[in-house]
Design a protein around this ligand. Structure first.
Ligand SMILES: C[S@@+](CC[C@H](N)C(=O)[O-])C[C@H]1O[C@@H](n2cnc3c(N)ncnc32)[C@H](O)[C@@H]1O
Length: 267
């Protein structure tokens, strides 16, 4: 599908970004902390799965919040897991959110901060989450919506026909996917924001440092030439109201809270 991520590249890119990730993941920390602030009141007697755990920052916080729980950090990128093993001393497992290496009905709470946008299909991921959660189990996740990096997407569209930004799903699609997977949704909300960068290149460098490069299956396979990059930069809108040369990058953060209902998935 156009704009779908290529998973081998996702694993490789995040793996090689792992050592620098924590120093640049400012938005990711703030979004994840909002999820942590919304954790349910629960005894913690059971299993927690942190899906797309990255360097294990939130796996460790989950363990602090629920000291009696067994927290498992799962990620597709081996490089991320190496960092997670150092930072989070609990169990770290390699795996794909869409094919979890976890027994059915064995998990009490799934936490997933800004990872499922890298999945091929939200409904496949939510079905897997539903399969591994016990009835009544909790799902707390965040992801990006379609307004994310819209300026960058539009600027590249003026240069070539390749996909340069992955496809992000809107709230309605996530809502339907959750309900098809069998979840009852307590809350699903989108928050839009614009982050200022000094230049387009500083935005591009941050995305690269995060591991969030252009990892779409139909990305250009050749190195981006200087000419194409210069044309994209000149097509990127400037925040010229103040006369400043800085640029704004839109992000749409979607946070979801759902419970696994007792019944099976709808097909
Ligand atoms: C933006 S990082 C977020 C990391 C962490 N949750 C945090 O908040 O710091 C996204 C993470 O999702 C992982 N990821 C991407 N696709 C995945 C998949 N299909 N299955 C499991 N992990 C995946 C990446 O390797 C990366 O570590």
């Amino acid at each position: 599908m156009t704009g779908s991520p290529d998973k081998r590249w996702v694993a490789r890119s995040f793996g090689s970004a792992a050592s620098a990730y924590d120093s640049v993941a400012v938005l990711q920390r703030s979004v994840g902390q909002n999820l942590i602030d919304s954790l349910p009141t629960w005894s913690g007697d059971g299993f927690i799965l942190d899906v797309g755990a990255g360097t294990g920052h939130f796996s460790r916080i989950l363990q602090d919040v629920y000291p009696s729980a067994r927290v498992v950090a799962l990620d597709i990128a081996e490089g991320m897991l190496r960092c997670a093993r150092e930072r989070f001393l609990g169990e770290c497992v390699g795996g794909d959110a869409e094919v979890l290496p976890v027994a059915a009905g064995s998990i009490d709470l799934i936490f997933s901060n800004l990872a499922i946008q890298w999945c091929a299909s939200p409904v496949t991921a939510f079905r897997e989450f539903h399969r591994v959660l016990r009835p009544g189990g909790y799902l707390l996740f965040s992801t990006f919506g379609p307004r994310t990096l819209q300026e960058l997407r539009r600027a590249w569209a003026q240069v070539d026909a390749f996909s340069h930004v992955i496809e992000f799903h809107e709230v309605k699609i996530l809502q339907d996917s959750l309900s098809v997977a069998g979840f009852s949704v307590d809350k699903l909300e989108a928050t839009a924001m614009v982050i200022e960068y000094t230049t387009v290149m500083s935005l591009m460098r941050e995305l690269k440092a995060l591991g969030a490069r252009n990892l779409t299956a139909d990305r250009p396979r050749h190195l981006t030439g200087k000419d194409a990059m210069a044309r994209m930069i000149s097509a990127y809108p400037r925040q010229d109201m103040t006369g400043s040369t800085s640029i704004g990058a839109s992000f749409e953060v979607i946070a979801g809270f759902a419970r696994r209902s007792a019944g099976a998935c709808r097909s």
